[in-house]
Design a protein around this ligand. Structure first.
Ligand code: 2HG
Ligand code: ZN
Length: 481
């Protein structure tokens, strides 16, 4: 197979479509763009194109449409599902949006901010903070993930319970369509009922229907008080009870409610510097709880303390500690956020990013956990994450000394069993990490057939040549490159 399937003349055209001819062609420099960060997928591309503005993105798309070249949009490369990795044909270009990192407008009175899609999430948070506002999307990878990726995967994270997912934080979008037209619905309006709400087609569609180039995002008042606690709970059912009562007693101030199992404490204390066991004695299950509100810190802390004391009396909570300084709060967050990194140090992990009705979480953990205990002797359950959203990272960690290849080879069978149980309990096999290349077969198995047919029809309508992120979310059809 030749090095490139794209004629040199077309590559030259693409090069002249972007200012300063900003493209990457040298194999060594292309390398980071053709692997996902978990190294599950590898591909090839003759060229990474780096546009500077929306007009340049449109130019690139027009050229690709003319020559039927697949375009793989690329942000911070933090996809868990291979959503930003080209295929192995060498016939797709990568379109990296990192040069488009301008904050176009900060609008404190509108509680809004307009940014380009190559902005790192942390930079958007900082720009909001500088005007005493909060942009609440918060993820472990916020230093490197980009707004375009957050939008195209409808990212979640650790404050969804209070503020919603990325979709809920969007007022307007600018999108380059598959024929190079620019869709300008970049409004900063809270109310706009003028026909179909097209924004939501592009959010969560992983670059398969259009390339998002800018967004107007919602901001919120910066909370005056924060109270954080690590809480040892009797079991996941107790955690669910605690969540319900805390939401009511705190006046719905619960921003974060993250389930953390003992194994996560063991692995983070072992592999991550600065993390220590948070309570005097070890426990099986913990939650990291954070309350935020306009109320001052001490009022919030005493509300949390009171609620936890009651929960101890009723047997839901076994022990708890409130963070009494910023340093302690940061240490608790460090433990939670470094669970994926600690898992990487500890060997192979079979991952499931599932969501369930919150009321079904405890049953799911009991049944799926029981299945893992009896069917996966070389793995240990690491079920953790966003309990407040009904979203578990139901991961299975390779045991010390197990053969990683043998362990990971069973992933498809194990995932099938877990996802079948999720479906039985009316949950979702993909809560916040998207579909990418990894979960296409799952989508075909579990998605309502009418919904799937409609998705294919939308893809054909918006991208008739099949050039936008081909082979992601939906299987490539024969017309695609
Ligand atoms: C998190 O919540 C991320 O930490 C990563 O979504 C989850 O590694 C995982 O399974
Ligand atoms: Zn997560």
């Amino acid at each position: 197979m030749s090095q490139t399937q794209i004629p040199v003349a077309v590559l030259n055209q693409l090069k002249s479509a972007v200012s300063a001819g900003d493209v990457i062609e040298q194999a060594e420099q292309v390398e980071p763009f053709v692997h996902d960060f978990r190294h599950l997928f590898s591909g090839r591309t003759p060229m990474v194109v780096l546009p500077d503005n929306t007009a340049e993105v449109a130019n690139v798309v027009r050229i690709c449409a003319e020559h039927r070249i697949g375009i793989v949009p690329h942000g911070g490369n933090t996809s868990y599902c291979g959503g930003a990795t080209p295929d192995a044909s060498g016939s797709q270009i990568v379109l990296a949006l990192k040069r488009m990192h301008r904050i176009r407008k900060v609008q404190p009175l509108d509680y809004a901010i307009t940014v380009e899609s190559g902005c790192a999430l942390a930079d958007v948070q900082a720009a909001a903070d500088a005007v005493e506002r909060l942009f609440p999307l918060s993820l472990g990878s916020e230093g490197s993930c980009q707004i375009g990726g957050n939008l195209s995967t409808n990212a979640g994270g650790t404050a969804v319970l209070r503020y919603g997912m990325m979709r809920d934080l969007v007022l307007g979008l600018e999108v380059v369509l598959a024929d190079g037209r620019v869709l300008d619905v970049l409004k900063d309006l809270r109310k706009d009922n003028t026909g179909y709400d097209l924004r939501h087609l592009f959010i969560g569609s992983e670059g398969t229907l259009g390339i998002i180039t800018a967004a107007c995002l919602k901001l919120f008042p910066k909370p005056a008080g924060t109270a954080t606690a690590i809480v040892a709970v009797r079991d996941p059912a107790a955690a669910v009870q605690l969540l319900a009562s805390l939401r009511t007693s705190s006046g719905d101030a619960v921003t974060t409610f993250e389930l953390i199992p003992r194994l996560a404490v063991d692995l983070t204390t072992r592999h991550i510097s600065g993390v220590s066991d948070p309570l005097d004695r070890p426990h099986e299950w913990y939650v990291l709880v954070e309350l935020t509100s306009a109320r001052p810190e001490d009022a919030l802390e005493s509300a949390l303390e009171g609620a936890l004391a009651q929960a101890i009396d009723s047997g839901l909570v076994l022990d708890a500690a409130l963070a009494s300084s910023l340093r302690q709060r940061e240490a608790l967050w460090r433990m939670r956020e470094s669970v994926p990194e600690a898992q990487r140090h500890a060997g192979g992990s079979i991952k499931h990013d599932v969501s369930l009705p919150i009321s079904a979480i405890a049953e799911f953990i009991t049944r799926a956990g029981g299945w893992v205990a009896s069917h996966v002797p070389d793995g240990q359950l690491m079920a953790y994450g966003h309990l407040g959203d009904g979203n578990l990272h139901f991961n299975i960690q390779q045991r010390d000394g197990a053969d990683v290849k043998v362990f990971l080879a069973r992933a498809p069978t194990i995932q099938r069993a877990i996802h079948d149980l999720v479906a039985e309990l009316r949950g979702s096999f993909s809560a916040e990490h998207g579909i990418g290349q990894l979960k296409i077969a799952e989508l075909e198995r579990y998605k309502d057939p009418v919904a799937l047919a409609l998705m294919r029809e939308l893809k054909r309508a918006l991208d008739p040549l099949g050039i936008l992120n081909p082979g992601k979310v939906l299987r490539k059809e024969s017309r695609t490159s």
